[in-house]
Design a protein around this ligand. Structure first.
Ligand SMILES: [Zn+2]
Length: 306
């Protein structure tokens, strides 16, 4: 109650003692809690799969999905869906335009769940990707391929995996890949530049928790490799703060990390507000300009946006 404060009163000895104790406690805790990041977000790992909305029914029709993006300050997304109709629907939706959300469409390699474990050797997937690229979306041409998964890194050497990596680089398409570090090396080896020119967004930056030192080595080796941070083990510590080794890594590679929701099941749509709040919480631990780069600018630069 500010009005009750007596301006001319000298602080009592007891009050000064309490204030000193509070300062000591604050210093002991390391730092004051940082304010959450409040700028725009670019969700670089969004799925609009058929169980969310199949064009006529589902719990998250475009108005529902877009409302979640809009109320969380998500201004752009990498959209990809099983099957690709979901992305085309989102790209064409009136609600997307009304919410001023930019859809950066990626071709997903999956028509159905069976394709998850077979795409890398199935020639019909290569044909489907070519047809989809030729077709495009209401938000313009596809800008990337993925997300795809490799649960066994040896499958990165499959014939269709090789074809698609070469295609991506030839057509300047980004790649969104949920793979381990060994598979990243293999995929990069299949491109004409051997990974020097490949824009690979590494989904989860190693969901198995590959050591930070190895992530650092890969960022050095592949100049256009970008780490997407959903589900990354060891990223956040107590209270949702950014862990020290990740803070150091992001500060060392300020242009190389992005964030994403990974709405791979409907529960992630249910949790969407909390996911974005979690990002805002730890982005707030970074210097403001760096927080904006990771939350927005790095992904925007990947696709020539501002
Ligand atoms: Zn995903």
């Amino acid at each position: 109650m500010p009005g009750a404060f007596k301006r001319d009163a000298r602080p009592s000895r007891r009050w000064r003692g309490l204030a000193a104790a509070a300062v000591l406690a604050w210093a002991g805790a390391g730092a004051a809690p940082a304010a959450d990041y409040a700028g725009p977000l670019f969700d670089t790992h969004l799925h609009y799969n058929e169980e969310a909305w199949n064009g006529s029914s589902g719990p998250f029709p475009p108005a529902e999905a877009l409302a979640r993006l809009q109320r969380n300050g998500v201004r752009a997304i990498v959209g990809n869906s099983r099957p690709n109709e979901g992305t085309r629907t989102l790209a064409a939706a009136r609600e997307t335009r009304e919410a001023s959300v930019t859809v950066v469409p990626f071709v997903r390699l999956y028509r159905n769940r069976a394709d998850y474990t077979n795409w890398f050797r199935d020639p019909s997937i290569h044909e489907m990707v070519l047809a989809e690229l030729a077709r495009g979306t209401a938000s313009g041409p596809y800008r990337g391929i993925g997300e795809f998964h490799l649960y066994d890194s040896a499958n990165a050497d499959g014939p269709v995996a090789r074809q698609l990596m070469a295609l991506a680089e030839q057509r300047d398409l980004a790649v969104l890949a949920h793979v381990d570090d060994v598979a990243v090396d293999k995929l990069m080896a299949h491109t004409p530049s051997k990974g020097r020119e490949t824009r690979l967004i590494w989904a989860h930056t190693g969901i198995g928790g590959v050591p930070v030192a190895r992530v650092r080595e890969m960022l050095e080796r592949y100049p256009r490799l970008v780490g997407e941070l959903s589900y990354r083990p060891g990223l956040t510590c107590e209270g949702g703060a950014l862990c020290a080794e990740w803070r150091a890594l992001i500060e060392a590679y300020p242009t190389r990390f992005v964030i994403g929701s990974d709405t791979w099941v409907n529960q992630r749509w249910v949790d969407y507000d909390g996911l974005m709040q979690g990002y805002r919480r730890w982005l707030g631990d970074l210097p403001p300009a760096l927080a904006r780069q990771v939350g927005w600018g790095n992904a925007a630069a990947l696709f020539g946006m501002r």
